[in-house]
Ligand binder design. Structure first.
Ligand code: OXD
Ligand code: MN
Length: 588
């Protein structure tokens, strides 16, 4: 395609054409640029972003195809306080979401979007979430005035004309409008209109708020559609564990933001497990649907990783390091004049002349990279990428793992007695807050199924949906809960985590395959400490015993603290969860 034809209209689809025309009339851009997804287009837009100063090339010898982006310091994380679910009835959004009536929110946002792209270009980004040809895949079209968004969407989703092929003549596509405005928190809204399959995001340029395929479509709108269409959109990584016989067991795991999903999804087993291999299907989102043999199948709707950088190094996550070695965008890390980058927890000394994430000469003792600085890397770079990642049917899930960041109470691992008990365990998940969202870091909050910020409808109905899905599964996944973050009274971690988590993962896989026993406890099935293989580890078994210990007094407090969520959701909470709580109390 020649430069002259880049950006020209590339579809005659009536509904897309009409909607783009309507939005262009509203936003009044100087130009509408239709993205087709070609390499030439990517090069053209990258050069443009560099020319505009939005992207800065890194040292291309060390970081081929990699670019640096710095966001506005007021725009570095998701903003749950400005995120809205706009359903006709408040009850549909439920008590865990901000709600506004659709008409009122459309008015307000159309007012803000009016003429917002004057002097700018509106990019039309058609995209596909999920493998081409999959029944689970969904089409979206994002309109944006940010080249950074267009290029990042190109990493995170299958963008370009292939999306039109999946859509065919259907009008069933997500309409997403993104206007940066003046990137001002006072004019920042991330609004979802589930009934219209529409998203409007204004006033931000941070990934989680503006890469509309990700949190907005794949989770908030996705969960709403899943409820309607009998499938599940979950905040889960997907990985395949290959045992020495070459048999693969797939698991999906929900941990809250910045609690190690990417590390777990890309785990490299320790030497003791050299005959085992962990394959990554996805690190953040799973779309799951009952499939052949009564099993639950999952796809990763994304094609890239939008991961937290600080703490990532060749020891903590070698596959993430390899994934970000080329064709990656880094946002809000520290940089040098020569185009090298650094962050806290990178396993090398900071290079001289470091400039911090806000563009100031770095002062030792201050943060060089923002704690929520990110890499946006194509999954194809991951040496452990599972070949089944493009499989339209998805992969069969044998286990679902819930987990949070808990210094006390939660043992290293337990298995729920059955699906209903597992739904209760997931629903009551709690975690200490991290930097991925605006809020008080360290405070424990309930984060059901790690979906608190992402469930696009009433959380009580979402639990009922989980319970109902069981009816469509003859062989439901087993459900587990893990906690890698339990500490001693002195504040030391009881379990080393990272690759060593393979030892716990193996126990879960063996449970799924009926290869290991378990002890019945008040919480569920638990391993005897001798069932966790500690060979080759310089680790004291008494620590494992402590990590697995159930403290009845702590658990009584834990059950009491669930009151808050029970009271908040009392109108819509399925009775099964009340019963599960009563059963737990009686076991305790
Ligand atoms: C993410 C998040 O970026 O959960 O994945 O915040
Ligand atoms: Mn996430």
């Amino acid at each position: 395609m020649s430069e002259a034809t880049l950006g020209t209209k590339n579809t005659a689809h009536p509904a897309i054409s009409a909607w783009v025309e309507k939005m262009a009339k509203l936003c009044k851009p100087d130009r509408v640029f239709w993205c087709a997804g070609s390499e030439a287009e990517k090069q053209f837009l990258t050069d443009l972003a560099v020319h505009q100063g939005t992207l800065r090339p890194l040292d291309q010898k060390k970081w081929p195809g990699c670019y640096y982006h710095r966001s506005s310091p007021n725009d570095v994380a998701r903003v749950e306080q400005f995120t809205f679910i706009c359903t006709p009835l408040k009850e549909e959004a439920g008590p865990t979401n901000n709600w506004a009536p659709p008409a009122q929110m459309y008015d307000r946002l159309y007012c803000l979007a009016d003429s917002a792209m004057r002097g700018r270009t509106m990019y039309v980004v058609p995209y596909l979430m999920g493998p081409p040809g999959s029944e689970l895949s969904k089409v979206g079209v994002e309109l944006t005035d940010s080249v950074y968004v267009v290029l990042s969407m190109g990493v995170m989703a299958r963008t370009g004309v292939l999306a039109y092929e999946q859509l065919g003549e259907s009008d069933d596509f997500n309409r997403g409008l993104h206007c940066m405005l003046d990137v001002n928190p006072e004019r920042r809204f991330i609004a979802h209109f589930p009934q219209d399959n529409t998203i409007i995001s204004v006033g931000s340029n941070y990934g989680g708020n503006v890469l509309l395929g990700k949190k907005c479509l794949a989770l908030r709108i996705g969960s709403y559609l899943g409820h309607r269409e009998a499938w599940m959109a979950e905040h889960m990584l997907i990985l395949g564990v290959e045992d020495p016989k070459g048999e693969k067991t797939y698991v999906a795991a929900a941990f809250p933001s910045a609690c190690g999903k990417t590390n777990f999804a890309m785990m490299i087993p320790p030497e003791r497990f050299r005959d085992w291999k962990v394959w990554t299907v996805g690190d953040d989102i799973a779309w799951m649907k009952p499939g052949p043999n009564g099993r639950l199948y999952a796809i990763n709707p994304e094609t890239g990783y939008f991961g937290v950088v600080p703490g990532t190094n060749f020891k903590s996550n070698p596959n993430a390091m390899r994934s970000m070695q080329r064709n990656t965008f880094f946002t809000n890390v520290a940089i040098t004049a020569e185009g090298d980058i650094w962050w806290e927890g990178k396993d090398e000394e900071p290079p001289p002349g470091l400039i911090d994430w806000q563009g100031r000469p770095w002062v030792k003792g201050e943060k060089a990279a923002h704690p929520n600085s990110r890499f946006c890397a194509p999954m194809i770079n991951n040496p452990a990428l599972d070949p089944a990642v493009d499989e339209p049917l998805g992969v069969p899930i044998s286990a679902i793992i819930f987990g949070g960041r808990r210094a006390t109470t939660m043992p290293l691992v337990f298995q729920a007695f059955n699906w209903i008990h597992g739904v209760y365990v997931g629903a009551m998940m709690g975690s200490e807050m991290t930097a991925a969202a605006f809020g008080t870091v360290g405070q424990v909050r309930r984060d059901p199924m790690a979906m608190l910020p992402f469930c696009g409808y009433n959380m009580g109905s979402y639990f009922s949906h989980w319970l109902k899905m069981r009816k469509n599964l003859q062989r439901p996944p087993k459900i587990f809960h893990v906690n890698w973050f339990r500490k001693t009274a002195e504040g030391e971690y009881l379990w080393p985590g990272f690759g060593e988590n393979m030892r716990v993962l193996k126990w879960m896989v063996d449970r799924c395959r009926g290869r290991v026993g378990a002890d019945e406890t008040p919480l569920g099935w638990m391993p005897d400490p001798s069932d966790i293989d500690l060979e080759g580890m310089n680790y004291d078994r008494s620590k494992l015993e402590e990590a697995l210990r159930i403290d009845i007094e702590d658990w009584k407090k834990e059950v009491m603290s669930q009151d808050e969520l029970f009271i908040k959701l009392h109108n819509d909470l399925p009775v099964e969860l009340h019963f599960q709580r009563e059963l737990l109390i009686s076991r305790l």
